[in-house]
Write a protein that binds this ligand. Sequence first.
Ligand SMILES: CC(C)(COP(=O)(O)OP(=O)(O)OC[C@H]1O[C@@H](n2cnc3c(N)ncnc32)[C@H](O)[C@@H]1OP(=O)(O)O)[C@@H](O)C(=O)NCCC(=O)NCCS
Length: 182
Amino acid sequence: MNKQLTSFRSKKGNDVVFRYPQKTDFADMYSFACDIGSEDTFVALDAPPTESEERDFFGRMMQDVEQKESVYIMAYVGGTFAGNGRVNRGKGRHRHMGSMGISLRVAFRNEGIGTELMKSLIDEAKALGLRLLTLSCFENNVPALRVYEKLGFQKAGTIPGAIAYKGSYINEVHLFLPLVTE
Ligand SMILES: CC(C)(COP(=O)(O)OP(=O)(O)OC[C@H]1O[C@@H](n2cnc3c(N)ncnc32)[C@H](O)[C@@H]1OP(=O)(O)O)[C@@H](O)C(=O)NCCC(=O)NCCS
């Protein structure tokens, strides 16, 4: 599963590589989770995880990937781990659906990588036979909403005050993308 998926040049001229995760990626993932957790940005993680929490997460992630319950795509810019995205297949009556998430290190945002990552994840979701994708987003996360709506995601609705963030309660937007027309 270490095949390179794609490579391209970003809007800022950086060489970007997407590939599937490998068992040796733990250190990259942990350092990334610590950076995102410390940044306190628009993601569920509100603090750096402990190494043991991240090991549990990484173990489950690799198991889900092996069992084709999830797809993760790792983005590298000039050899530096820039971030990743995922699709997690639903369970039971939701097995035809996938939930998604993406995040990038602050240094690699706003150069088109998030949009490309989402496109690759949508292709992966189709290859898994999924019929519908869902995701949720802070209502004030303008760049993320721009990416999702540009790729055809529609707003299903908003849950008022669902997210506790920096001392306030922020609305959470739920979005969906049908992958089949019938
Ligand atoms: C969300 C995220 C993955 C997007 O990735 P990215 O590589 O920065 O996104 P892109 O560069 O492909 O696209 C960003 C779009 O938002 C637009 N944008 C960025 N800041 C904006 C602003 N303040 N106002 C309006 N539009 C803005 C950009 O112009 C671009 O749109 P365009 O392609 O039409 O020009 C990235 O910002 C990130 O990791 N954020 C922190 C974690 C996060 O929020 N994850 C998502 C949780 S739902």
